[in-house]
Design a binder for this molecule. Structure first.
Ligand SMILES: Cc1cc2nc3c(=O)[nH]c(=O)nc-3n(C[C@H](O)[C@H](O)[C@H](O)COP(=O)(O)OP(=O)(O)OC[C@H]3O[C@@H](n4cnc5c(N)ncnc54)[C@H](O)[C@@H]3O)c2cc1C
Length: 417
């Protein structure tokens, strides 16, 4: 059967299971049906809710503008059995011949095609005091209720989530302190030089930013700092921890799949066994997958919405016998302190940074280059720059750094003829 220009062997698979009901999970279900899969389809998800979007949790939900971010999907038309509030507990892949069994709190689930989409879970800190994290709709609703005027909110981590929570808490009149182990916000995500450009936003919003400060533990009523004379303590009514996430892999222990920082896959999302062999009947996608990027010649683990939205189409095609490769330029956005911040590309190995506009202004951007190749861009209130730069990055066209540095020249016109 020919579908979407690919050769699709829809008859090879009769029982497909998707484990994980986040965005990647629902998109995998939709993609399997859209690409002609007609067999049995089950989605198992630990959460009791139908799949919902997480980006609004730290934005519109915390702000009180919405309470429901459910992904709009027609479950009847998708003919998918939803096992909500049920957890996969193990995976026994069959060899040879493919297929296998997912063990779960709902019983054994045999499959001949499996999508692993169990996402990621927040990292927490030592200590027995209450730590709030922000991953689920319940987390967001509970945190929103705690953001009352005058409440002392201490946020650990000045990353994307920390900045967004600080934005919401400051708007609600809380006394907000952000504690960050690195010397600047966003140091892990965009490096200290660019991260430092966002530090003034905290003070402007009335948020105290304490960088270079490590937290030893969280106790009732606050937290203890590491290495500070006398221990050092910050009193808090609420401690919110936003220090990153880890892929949810525990249920895959003993499965024989290669697990590093994520479920290791090839460029088409086929999982690899511990012997390094790809399994065409099992794919992993979204925040839990460490996939091979041909574009970057290395493994990427991208914990962003755009990848969870778009990559499942390729993963589904793979399960159906295709060999398409996912090769998108990673994209991410954040809304913090009244600013729309967007990022595209991968800058890990870039040689230098080019500024595009003055960071003291409302709108500016920063580009990462290697030679005359554009590797990545971060934009503040410059969505057109983002869109054009993402295309230039994808095409790999050389740019003129001097033109790129001029904010009055559209990014696409900075391309060398
Ligand atoms: C508060 C917040 C704000 C964000 N803001 C942005 C943003 O502005 N821009 C952006 O690009 N990205 C943002 N992200 C990231 C984006 O939401 C994630 O990249 C995306 O949700 C990943 O989707 P996923 O389906 O791979 O994983 P998840 O959304 O984590 O879904 C995985 C699902 O699998 C379930 N599960 C786990 N283990 C099991 C098991 N053993 N059995 C069954 N089910 C299981 C989990 O409970 C969960 O429901 C944000 C994330 C958060 C939390």
């Amino acid at each position: 059967m020919i579908h979407l220009g690919r050769l699709v062997r829809v008859t090879d698979m009769d029982r497909a299971i998707v484990v994980g009901g986040g965005l990647a999970g629902v998109r995998a279900v939709e993609a399997l049906r859209a690409q002609g899969y007609a067999g049995a389809l089950t989605l198992v998800s630990a959460e009791r809710h139908r799949p919902y979007d997480r980006p609004p949790l730290s934005k519109a939900v915390l702000a009180g503008d919405t309470d429901d971010t459910t992904v709009d999907a027609d479950w009847d038309a998708l003919r998918c059995d939803l096992l909500l509030g049920e957890r996969a507990t193990g995976l026994r892949p069959a060899t040879p011949g493919g297929g296998g069994v997912v063990t779960s709190t709902a019983g054994d689930l045999p499959f001949d095609g499996l999508v692993i989409a169990t996402g990621a879970a927040p990292i927490t800190l030592p200590g027995d005091g209450r730590q709030r994290v922000l991953r689920t709709i319940e987390d967001a609703r509970d945190l929103r209720a705690a953001l009352t005027e005058g409440a002392r909110i201490v946020i650990v981590g000045a990353g994307w989530i920390g900045a967004e929570v600080a934005t919401a808490a400051a708007r609600k009149g809380c006394a907000v302190t952000v504690v960050e182990a690195a010397d600047t916000p966003l140091a892990n995500a965009v490096g200290p030089e660019v991260g430092a450009l966002t530090a003034p936003w905290y003070a402007e919003a009335g948020v105290e930013l304490r960088t270079g400060v490590k937290v030893a533990s969280v106790e009732d009523g606050g937290l203890t700092l590491a290495g500070a004379p006398g221990g050092g303590r910050i009193e808090a009514d609420e401690v919110v921890v936003g220090v990153g996430v880890r892929p949810v892999l525990d249920w895959l222990d003993g499965s024989g799949l290669l697990l590093e920082r994520g479920v290791v896959t090839d460029a088409s999302f086929r999982v690899l066994t511990q012997d390094g062999d790809p399994r065409p009947d099992i794919v992993a996608v979204g925040d839990c997958a460490a996939w091979w990027s041909r574009r970057y010649g290395r493994r990427l683990l991208v914990e962003h919405w755009d990848t969870a939205l778009n990559a499942p189409e390729t993963a589904a095609a793979t399960l159906l016998g295709g060999s398409a490769v996912y090769d998108a330029v990673p994209y991410f956005w954040s809304e913090q302190f009244g600013r729309m911040v967007q990022y595209a590309g991968v800058h890990a190995a870039s040689e230098r940074i080019v500024h595009r506009g003055d960071p003291a202004d409302a709108k500016w951007a920063v580009a990462w280059l290697t030679g005359d190749r554009l590797d990545a861009i971060l934009t503040v209130h410059r969505p057109r720059d983002l869109v054009q730069a993402r295309r230039v990055i994808a095409a790999g066209t050389p740019v003129d750094p001097a033109l790129l540095a001029d904010p009055d020249v559209p990014v696409r016109q900075a391309v060398r003829a």
